[in-house]
Design a protein around this ligand. Structure first.
Ligand SMILES: [Fe+2]
Ligand SMILES: [Fe+2]
Length: 274
């Protein structure tokens, strides 16, 4: 299965920019770029921060845009979203206990879309009720599972970024550890950074968002750091015996050269172009 992973699209009132970039324009550009190469993707998952300020109009425009796609889409909410406002436009996403938590089957397994949202905070939350729901989901099906969530389930070890990580990450990882053999991968967003690691033994990745970019500054004690690195989206190839995930920097405007043959016989110091 091929899956597209978009995150942190941060849609704004048309014309409003973030970091000098227009999130609406960039979301459209990312979609066009991704669908040009990957119209055969089975699913697009957007892991939260759908709207920058949780405005209803952003969700209405998002819904209209997604309705135009032939590609099935699954959504998570992030800290910039507003759960009630989101659900007023996307009522079908209301899951157990009123959370935006859902399961969706694909040819590569069952996707679990988690809700790590908490009121009046940028940090992530995963309370007892959400832990119980996830535990039941993982127990009642043989898997394999793919998990999608907004907040980072592992610390980045960058102080200000980790102040707003999933605060309940220890019980979350304990639960994941109990079911790790059935879970193939955890996809997350929030940090606006390309990250790879593991959560209680389960491989885990994140990527830069489709609009503004972070930078790993380990010496900054207080503030979150932004950069002008290219906008990006992810493409995951999920096969029975491997998973490969690319972060495609579609916002890169420099040259891309076709050079250097993979044929070893052409590796000639005098004649090859590099
Ligand atoms: Fe974000
Ligand atoms: Fe976020």
């Amino acid at each position: 299965m091929k899956l597209l992973h978009f995150t942190d699209i941060h849609l704004t009132t048309p014309g409003e920019t973030i970091g000098g970039r227009d999130p609406n324009v960039n979301f459209d550009k990312a979609l066009a770029h991704a669908l040009k190469d990957h119209s055969d993707a089975e699913l697009l998952v957007i892991t939260g921060d759908l709207s920058d300020w949780g405005d209803r109009d952003d969700y209405v425009r998002l819904r209209a845009r997604l309705d135009q796609l032939e590609l099935p889409v699954a959504l998570c909410i992030g800290n910039h979203d507003d759960r009630d406002t989101f659900l007023s436009v996307f009522p079908e996403y209301e899951g157990a206990d009123g959370f935006v938590q859902n399961a969706r089957d694909t040819s590569a397994g069952r996707c679990l879309l988690l809700d790590t949202w908490g009121p009046e905070t940028h940090a992530g939350h995963f309370c007892e009720r959400r832990l119980r729901w996830l535990d039941c989901q993982l127990a009642e099906h043989d898997g394999p599972f793919l998990i999608f969530m907004h907040h980072n389930p592992i610390p980045t070890h960058i102080g200000p970024v980790d102040e707003i990580k999933l605060l309940d990450d220890v019980p979350f990882r304990k639960l994941i550890g109990r079911h790790a053999s059935k879970i193939r991968h955890i996809f997350f967003g929030h940090c606006h950074l390309p990250l790879a690691g593991s959560t209680a033994g389960v491989p885990t990745t994140s990527l830069r968002g489709t609009n503004h970019a972070g930078f790993s500054v380990f010496s900054e004690p207080k503030m979150l750091c932004a950069s002008d690195l290219p906008e990006a989206y992810g493409v995951a190839f999920i096969k029975p015996d491997h998973i490969t995930i690319h972060m495609v920097e579609y916002g890169y405007n420099g040259a891309v050269r076709a050079e250097g043959s993979p044929d070893y016989a052409n590796w000639n110091r005098a004649s090859m172009q590099r």
